[in-house]
Design a binder for this molecule. Structure first.
Ligand SMILES: [Zn+2]
Length: 245
């Protein structure tokens, strides 16, 4: 059994047996890890963290072939206080970790996903929450292999010039001639197509320069939600709290 020191974000926690806790953690070196913290609820001194959702912690793991890795120590590094004082930001942070937990395979490192979690949580501090939400969704889909095709028609491969129809089912844009392949596809504006491409192509910080106005922003969020609920066969609970907000 190798001993690994690593840091990671808390995606989910639940009680285990009498005194222990299990945490789903997205770590820097090992991707998603399921960690067992024995005696956590008895207040063992090796654990100086409260394991709050989306907090960043430092861990010592005993790596094993068993999917559950033993955690011998856990210390809080940062718990993002500004995300615990504002309800909307809090819901988005919860959505981010729930989404990552759902899409991430176990023990599969991804520096892209690790940085995406970190940047989304940090940029939520100063930025418009809904903008962080859709940039996060577009990038999370891209990094996990669900990238919608936006440059060429997914049926005939012709370049989409100014009018495209977004097909949730087929996973990208159709040209006007191929519209017949999915009657439920939705016409989307050139501005939206350009924004989607821009976010896919640029890093998070540059993507923040996007300035979609009211209706366009709602249109984008609706398309993404439909795409996500179609392609990920599980429901993301915190989305419902977000919608009711
Ligand atoms: Zn076509």
């Amino acid at each position: 059994m190798a001993i690994i020191k690593d840091r990671g974000f808390i995606l989910r926690t639940f009680d285990f047996r009498e005194t222990s806790k299990i945490a789903h953690i997205f770590t820097k070196k090992s991707g998603k890890v399921h960690g067992l913290l024995k005696g956590f609820r008895k207040g063992k001194k090796e654990f100086t963290t409260s394991l709050d959702l989306f907090s960043l912690n430092e861990f010592i793991f005993y790596q094993s072939r068993n999917p559950l890795w033993l955690v011998s120590s856990a210390d809080m590094i940062y718990n993002f206080p500004y995300l615990r004082e504002n309800l909307e930001k809090n819901l988005i942070a919860n959505y981010i970790v729930e989404f990552i937990d759902k899409i991430s395979p176990l023990n599969f490192p991804s520096s892209e996903i690790y940085s995406l979690i970190k940047e989304s949580l940090l940029f939520l501090r100063e930025n418009h929450s809904r903008k962080i939400l859709y940039i996060f969704q577009i990038k999370a889909l891209q990094f996990s292999g669900f990238k919608p095709s936006l440059i060429f028609c997914i049926k005939c491969n012709r370049e989409i010039i100014n009018k495209g129809y977004f097909s949730v089912k087929l996973g990208g844009l159709l040209c006007p001639e191929c519209l017949k392949y999915d009657k439920f596809s939705k016409g989307i504006s050139e501005e939206l197509i350009l924004s989607l491409k821009y976010i896919q192509k640029n890093d998070f910080k540059k993507a923040l320069r996007i300035g979609l106005k009211g209706n366009r922003e709602t249109e984008l969020i609706e398309i993404l939600e439909e795409f996500i609920s179609y392609h990920l066969d599980t429901k993301i609970k915190s989305l419902y709290s977000l919608k009711n907000f």
